[in-house]
Write a protein that binds this ligand. Sequence first.
Ligand code: KG4
Ligand code: ZN
Length: 349
Amino acid sequence: MALILGIESSCDETAVAVIDDHGTTLDTRVVAQRIASQDAAHRPYGGVVPEIAARAHAEVLAPMVADTLRDAGLTLDGLDAIAATAGPGLIGGVMVGLVTGKALAMAAGKPLIAVNHLEGHALSPRLADPSLAYPYLLLLVSGGHCQILEVRGLGDYRRLATTIDDALGEAFDKTAKILGLGYPGGPAVERMARAGDPRAVPLPRPLLGSAEPHFSFAGLKSAVLRAHDTGRHDAADLAAAFQQAAIDCVIDRTRMALRVTGPATALVVAGGVAANRALRGALETLGAEAGLRLVAPPPALCTDNAAMIGWAGAERHARGLHDALDVVARPRWPLDATAAPVRGAGVKA
Ligand code: KG4
Ligand code: ZN
């Protein structure tokens, strides 16, 4: 058995967890975890401010490690390895977490594992559901990424699709801003959408039906802004119409990916937007249509957390995949480095 410390600091959550890879359920695998959200610090600015994020991670991370180890009834000596997010993300925050992981690994004489944050999301469904075997088709939807990947095995990812402009979570956050719902926007849009009529506002579905399964959400966001500026629409109707249009796009794109993917044991969704219940429901229906079960981690494991980083670390540790102490933090770090740039895509994709 292995006990792995996980550290996450790539965006606006500081998180620490201890993972026991011999547990057979989510509860027994996550020995302890703590998460400190910076929402309140960023709220006045309507989005994550990188400098504020890095400083806040630096202030709380070391005491959180001590507290999480205490919760787990462990000292550094009892750990088998230290896993820390090394990218992609806001570089200041990533450096705080990675340097902390390096210092702990060095002080305790334990191996360091530099985890790709996206791999953490990609493998989080395996942490939650021990029966989920490779290969699977993964829809990875977060604030910074919107991709469909074949997860063939640990470290073996083939990107089938990405966004040519905004990520899905970004589109939810921008819609929330337009509607004055504050930050973070995704959960607020979902809540407001429940009270609205999605048919009340006609909105476009970018790239619907196009042959390659890529995404585009910038036009949808602009259409929400135009509709809002007419002053004729109820905010709940706008939220519902936006959410429905976005989900229609995701389902159409994922259906297209299912046509071209190799064998898959399941349809899997992960990343912050996977917490959205309407999206999960629609994906469940799509999975049934394709004869695949849908695996979606519990919502708390979809948004950023350290349990997924510890778990990715545990999978790597089991294969002896450790990193040297001079490993560097990477603001960009694609899961599939061989994927070609998409025509029409901006720098973010
Ligand atoms: O994975 P995550 O916590 O951080 C990144 O790595 O980006 O994802 C955060 C994103 C944000 O854009 C947030 O608005 C969105 O996930 N999100 C949601 C929901 N919960 C979080 N979007 C729609 N519905 C939700 N319930
Ligand atoms: Zn994330």
